[in-house]
Design a protein. Structure first.
Lengths: 534, 297
């Protein structure tokens, strides 16, 4: 790219092309051939692929009048982002990030998307920020209006630029790894989220999986999976039967138990995709005598909050309802199951969404991980680490580790329940790489976006997992990746399929509760490493 | 003209202080944002600082007396200030050495001003031996600014993000340090600089004793001081907010606190957004409570 002004060019041609042979290599583990993807002609005609040849938005090309309307609304949206009233939630960090970046590009190599793509310019953390920054300068600052391109206020706000920016807001997983590298404290991940917010809150544009089939469906039907109360109850019954069949234990999973100490919020997707994980929690909590309950209320059985990824108002709506349900049940505490974004929403973000004197704020909101460590540590359940005698590594959820500092309990647990077979990824902890499916990527299924995600976004984590197991890659040795987040597990599932990690190397995955239960001596082994979870 | 120069000399530190104060006030008046911290945080328990842990690793953390502050919060910025720690560790464009030189040069320039002022105020102490400070500042400044200009101009990736104003700022710094350096060549004890600042303190600069080079140098320094709060040079002071108040702010609310009052007030702000699922004229609380907007979308 010669100039950032190219971003506004009205053309159907993608600004960059993703060539397989330019992506970061997975050699020596996997040799890939260059397979140029062919996408349906109908798609190409109908939709816009002008950023990088991929899209998550089935938006047809608008007419000139509609385009002008979108440009106008986009600019009004920027104005609302920098107004205290309409954006009190994040106006301050946004404005500081727009104003004080010194363009040193120290953040560049932090980004798994940028690295994975073979360093395509448009995926550099600072690239999308700089586009927004230049538009903001041109229209909302005196220096920009007077001095134009001299101060970098040189990007024309065309429909083409806006359409690309919409797409580009969904080429960042909001993992915020880049923030840790910035000497000024500029937050490129935040800027990507603020762009998503502008598009959603002003133009009603967001990927269908997080908007119409996300928060909207969640609020209306009760779950982003579309599962309603009756279906939830059926699944619980099914899980109870399954537990009895597998372990011989008759466990009644508590639902809507008034006065329970804890309301446990699982990611709703677990009930559909990994019911064994729900079973693992039930077995563990039952064995440890935890006084908890699930909720069958609409919304109450799905603890996700997709608003975290794109829309503050939706975030507040879902979150408020979750806390109201906890209040109605009279629990002391909400405990978040293995779901990364939900961890951050309820413990960190919701701290300042309600006033401290509100009864809802006063329901304690905690991660499940310290509680699980407490259970393991207490000796209340008998565990045999030799049950987990295979190489195990752990993928750190960005939300849980980098964005809320829960690093040690999950490690203490794994170390206690494995016979010295745990190995860290490098880097790990707060410098970990995102799984590649963060901020909704793991659930986006629209058009050819999943192809891009598998190719580019999951790439660095795939390589990192292979590097971690490089000395035990033999297909006869089962290997296990633990993730304490549902979304990350979705990414693991996708990369295992896309790169045949199970067939080639016998790499499997699960949540942490599953691994603990696998070590419980008085029930048969819980995990089956010879098969993928689905 | 001489009166104008004197006026600028007096005005510049005042403008710098007032400019920074106004900026700080304005930023601090912005709404209280939702928590947006990032770990590791340089505060709390020592062990947790080391591995990037938080008080949320504990059960019932809200009831515990978690250590929140530590002197690391104030030590950590110095790593960046004196060593440009992150640039050193992560910058792949070889900016560190030039950037270090320039940051040290600016720091020493302030040091120089302080020395000159002290020398003028305390007439019985002789600080002329500290002339090494400005010399280092000028040499490092020329080296650093030239290096950064060249880097930004030659490296294609950096160039893409560099606009006229960035070059202007670097050239501005280059001129300050270069004129300083020339004045040192011309007068190795920098006695003119001492005379100039002494004159400013007495509100009567003896211009006939000072060369035009020194006058130009001081004029540039004065313009620089006034320019700092309103330019990208403010990226230094702004770290107080980006780090201490945002990325390292993990304090949870308490009842009756000023944070709580702010949040209550902010929840009554009108939402204003006009997406299909927004109730533009209603406030945040009303919007949050209204989950029944399915027909609208
Ligand atoms: S975001 Fe930070 S690291 Fe990246 S270019 Fe800007 S100032 Fe440098
Ligand atoms: S937040 Fe993560 S994905 Fe987004 S630009 Fe930064 S490093 Fe890349």
């Amino acid at each position: 790219m010669k100039s950032l002004k190219d971003f506004s060019i009205e053309t159907k041609e993608p600004l960059v092309k993703i060539e397989d042979n330019e992506l970061v290599s997975l050699a020596p583990y996997i040799t890939e051939e260059n397979h140029p993807n062919k996408f349906s002609k109908e798609w190409i005609e109908k939709y816009d692929f002008s950023l990088d040849g991929y899209t998550v938005f089935p938006i047809e090309n608008p007419n000139e009048e509609e385009k002008a309307q979108i440009v106008k609304k986009f600019l009004t949206g920027i104005q609302k982002l920098i107004l205290p009233e309409s954006n009190w939630t994040l106006m301050k960090p946004l404005l500081l990030s727009l104003k004080y970046c010194v363009k040193c590009n120290t953040c560049a190599d932090a980004c798994h998307v940028y690295i994975g793509s073979g360093k395509k310019e448009i995926y550099r953390p600072n690239f999308r920020s700089e586009i927004l920054r230049r538009i903001y300068k041109r229209h909302f600052t005196t220096s920009g209006k007077l001095l134009k391109s001299f101060v970098g206020a040189d990007i024309e706000v065309t429909y083409a630029a806006i359409r690309r920016l919409l797409e580009l807001a969904y080429r960042c997983t909001l993992c915020r790894r880049c923030v840790l590298q910035c000497p000024v404290g500029i937050d490129n991940g935040l800027i990507a989220r603020e762009l998503r917010k502008l598009f959603s809150q002003e133009l009603g544009m967001a990927p269908v999986e997080i908007f119409l089939k996300g928060t909207r469906l969640h609020l209306k039907a009760g779950s982003t999976t579309g599962m309603r109360t009756e279906a939830f109850r059926d699944i619980i019954k099914f899980i109870e039967d399954d537990i009895q069949e597998k372990t011989g234990r008759k466990i009644k999973i508590p639902v809507d138990k008034k006065g329970a100490e804890i309301l446990l919020y699982h990611n709703g997707g677990e009930y559909i995709s990994w019911p064994d994980h729900i079973a693992a929690f039930a077995i563990l909590f039952d064995a440890a005598g935890i006084n908890y309950t699930l909720s069958s209320e609409t919304i109450g059985y799905d603890g996700v909050n997709y608003g975290a990824w794109y829309d503050d108002v939706e975030l507040a709506r879902v979150g408020l309802r979750h806390l109201e349900i906890a209040h109605e049940l009279g629990v002391k505490k909400v405990v978040i199951g293995e779901c990364g974004h939900s961890h951050k929403v309820y413990t960190v973000i919701f701290d300042r969404i309600l006033p401290a004197s509100s009864p809802l704020w006063n329901i304690q909101r905690e991660s499940c991980l310290p509680l699980m460590w407490e259970i393991v540590k207490s000796g209340r359940i008998k565990l045999d680490p030799s049950r987990n005698n295979f190489p195990v590594t752990m993928h750190d959820s960005c939300n849980i580790v980098r964005l809320m500092g829960i690093y040690k309990p999950q490690r203490d647990i794994i170390k206690a329940i494995t016979p010295g077979t745990f190995r860290e990824m490098n880097p790990n902890g707060s410098m970990n790489y995102c799984c590649g499916g963060g901020s909704g990527f793991a659930i986006f299924r629209t058009l050819n976006f999943p192809v891009w995600k598998n190719k580019v976004s999951l790439r660095v984590k795939t390589k990192q997992i292979l590097d971690t197991f490089s000395d035990v890659l033999d297909k006869d040795i089962p290997k296990h990746v633990v993730a304490t987040c549902s979304n990350c597990k979705g990414s693991l599932r996708d990369m295992i399929h896309a790169y045949q990690l199970f067939d080639r190397f016998k790499i499997n995955y699960s949540g942490l509760a599953d691994l603990i239960v696998n070590a419980m001596v008085d029930i048969p082994p819980f995990l089956n490493l010879e098969e993928l979870p689905e | 003209m001489e009166a104008l120069l004197l006026f600028l000399a007096v005005l510049s530190p005042v403008a710098l202080t007032a400019g920074i104060a106004i900026k700080f006030y304005k930023i601090s008046q912005m709404p209280l944002n939702i928590r947006w911290e990032i770990y590791p945080l340089p505060k709390g328990e020592l062990e947790k600082i080391r591995y990037g842990g938080s008080y949320m690793e504990e059960i019932d953390w809200v009831k515990k007396n978690n250590p929140r502050r530590s002197y690391f919060e104030f030590v950590e910025p110095f790593k960046e200030l004196f060593f440009l720690h992150r640039v050193h560790k992560f910058n792949k464009y070889g900016l560190w050495i030039w950037s270090m030189a320039l940051h040290w040069a600016v720091g020493l320039l302030f040091g120089t001003l302080i020395i000159l002022l002290l020398d003028g105020i305390f007439t019985d102490i002789d600080l002329s031996g500290l002339v090494i400070v400005p010399i280092f500042s000028y040499v490092l400044g020329v080296f650093g600014s030239l290096g950064l200009i060249a880097k930004r101009f030659i490296n294609k990736e950096l160039k893409l993000y560099t606009s006229g104003i960035e070059y202007f700022n670097l050239i501005f710094l280059l001129l300050i340090f270069f004129t300083g350096f020339l004045s040192f060549i011309q007068d190795s004890s920098l006695s003119e600089a001492f005379i100039y600042v002494d004159g400013v303190l007495k509100l009567s600069i003896p211009f006939d004793e000072i060369s035009s080079l020194t006058i130009i140098h001081f004029l540039l320094v004065e313009l620089f001081l006034m320019y700092i709060p309103f330019s990208k040079f403010f990226h230094g002071p702004v770290k107080f907010f980006t780090f201490h108040k945002i990325l390292w702010s993990d304090e949870f609310q308490t009842k009756g606190s000023k944070e709580e009052k702010k949040i209550m007030q902010q929840l009554h702000y009108k939402v204003r957004w006009s997406g299909p699922h927004m109730l533009s004229d209603q406030n945040w609380l009303e919007n949050a409570k209204n989950t029944n907007l399915h027909e609208k979308s």
